[in-house]
Write a protein that binds this ligand. Structure first.
Ligand code: ARG
Length: 459
């Protein structure tokens, strides 16, 4: 085992078990690009400010770029025994440049370095997730455009409630996803603050130029307090929280798809490429993808919980506990990306079965509200109309018929305000067409929703 970088202070080698325990390279190696980009900006600034020699600054920048391209091309392997990615890059630079490499860490600590790297890494990941969310919204919009007049039952308490369209139903998810997108954009904004220059905790005595580094690395501003700069991970928590809410939405959508593809509903049929079979029951076609999304939602909630709990008792400033931020937030990101990547094509290839949706809507007295509204339009107070319709429904159930097939005499026997017009009023299509208040399921309103969503995506 080579001497640790802090060997001067110690009289013994660190125990191998502690080294293994301490090392984070197995999970922070993925930030190598951001680590190197951060160091390039730092070294550039050190040279420009005269803190290190300009020639050495240029050599460091070149050396770092060489390391980056060698890792990218597979020529250089990240040492699994390194303490972390920061130490690995610095050691490699020193191997290549000798004493010049040792100047890189001037006016910097790993505490502000790691705070920088995670922010840069997560910024990129947020952008990637945002593009998946946009793809998903577009897929939903397409599904809605194809199903503007596909009537289905809307539910409350999982009981048939009022008729809606499939387009209206799926567009509800487009709205949720737009808010998810907004939450991620907000998280990005608060994350995009440069912590480098905070030093270990108390900034530095060197005449550094933080604004210059800020500009080089595309941050919106520099952090205002060095203790805060190195010691909060609220941006990870905020991201995990936004991702948890996103997963909650995906999980609800998944749950509905699981129901819809059951034989009891058969509102949709999953494409064979996005379903799985059973090892014993030949008839099975299982919605594993959606079930896994439902299951993996628990995982992301767990990551959020890990981060919240990890941070709640740590005094300022940096504590090693905080190294545990990465496995948690990386797991949340990986899980969300995996889910979105699979959910989008699954939704895109899913076959809608309008006849079955309509048949389900034709049963269950889904038009009872419309029957009551019919009487209200004839001057009756809603509560009275509600009661009469309830009696009619009970009568239908007793006779094994629906409101559409109940003879007009039965209606009239209960209330003389009824005439043949009631059949138009309770016709499924008109029930949906008449629900045209803003935000309603009438096709013209859903078209407006679609336009709204498209506009929001263009911004
Ligand atoms: N690997 C560490 C982490 O991920 C880097 C910071 C180490 N700082 C320290 N003072 N030991 O948090």
């Amino acid at each position: 085992m080579a001497d640790m970088m802090w060997a001067g202070r110690f009289s013994k080698q660190v125990d191998d078990r502690v080294n293994d325990f301490n090392s984070s390279v197995s999970f922070d190696a993925r930030m190598y690009r951001q680590d190197i980009q951060g160091s390039v900006a730092h070294a550039t600034m050190l040279g420009e400010c005269g803190i290190i020699d300009m020639k050495e600054s240029l050599a460091i920048v070149e050396g770092l770029k060489g390391i980056l391209s060698d890792i990218d091309s597979g020529k250089l392997h990240i040492d699994p025994n390194a303490e972390d990615i920061h130490m690995f890059v610095e050691a490699e630079l020193t191997k290549r440049l000798g004493d010049t490499g040792k100047r890189l860490h001037t006016a910097r600590s790993r505490n502000d370095q790691v705070a920088l790297d995670i922010r840069m890494y997560l910024r990129d990941e947020i952008n990637e997730i945002l593009s998946y969310i946009e793809q998903l919204i577009n897929t939903i919009v397409k599904l809605a455009e194809d199903n503007l007049t596909t009537i289905m039952p809307g539910y409350t308490h999982m009981q048939r409630a009022q008729p809606i369209t499939f387009a209206h139903h799926v567009m509800a998810y487009a709205q949720m996803l737009l808010r998810d997108k907004g939450r991620l954009e907000d998280t990005y904004k608060r994350m995009n603050v440069l912590p480098l220059g905070s030093g270990a905790l108390a900034s530095t005595t060197y005449p550094i130029n933080r604004e210059r580094v800020c500009e080089l690395l595309g941050f919106d501003e520099v952090s205002q307090n060095s203790l805060d700069g190195v010691s909060d991970r609220d941006f990870c928590i905020e991201l995990a929280s936004a991702l948890s809410i996103l997963m909650m939405h995906l999980s609800r959508f998944s749950e509905e798809i699981i129901l819809w593809c059951s034989w009891e509903f058969k509102f949709i049929e999953l494409d064979d490429a996005f379903a799985t079979g059973s090892s014993i029951m030949p008839q099975k076609k299982n919605p594993d993808v959606t079930e896994l999304i439902r299951g993996k939602t628990a995982r992301v909630y767990g990551d959020l919980n890990t981060l919240l709990t990890m941070m709640k008792g740590t005094p300022l400033a940096y504590n090693k506990d905080m190294q545990e931020d990465k496995p948690a937030i990386f797991d949340a990101i990986d899980t969300v990306k995996l889910c979105l990547k699979t959910f989008i094509p699954m939704l895109d290839t899913m076959k809608v079965i309008p006849e079955n949706m309509r048949n389900a809507a034709a049963r269950g007295f889904i038009n009872a509200t419309d029957c009551a509204d019919y009487l209200v339009k004839k001057g009756m107070p809603f509560r009275d109309a509600y009661k009469i319709t309830g009696t009619l429904v009970a009568k239908c159930i007793e006779k094994g018929v629906t409101l559409e097939t109940l003879p007009i005499e039965e209606y009239k026997a209960l209330c003389d305000k009824f005439d043949e017009g009631v059949y138009d009023a309770i016709n499924l299509d008109s029930c949906v067409m008449q629900r045209k208040a803003k935000g309603g399921p009438a096709p013209e309103c859903v078209k407006e929703q679609i336009e709204y969503v498209k506009r929001k995506l263009q911004k």
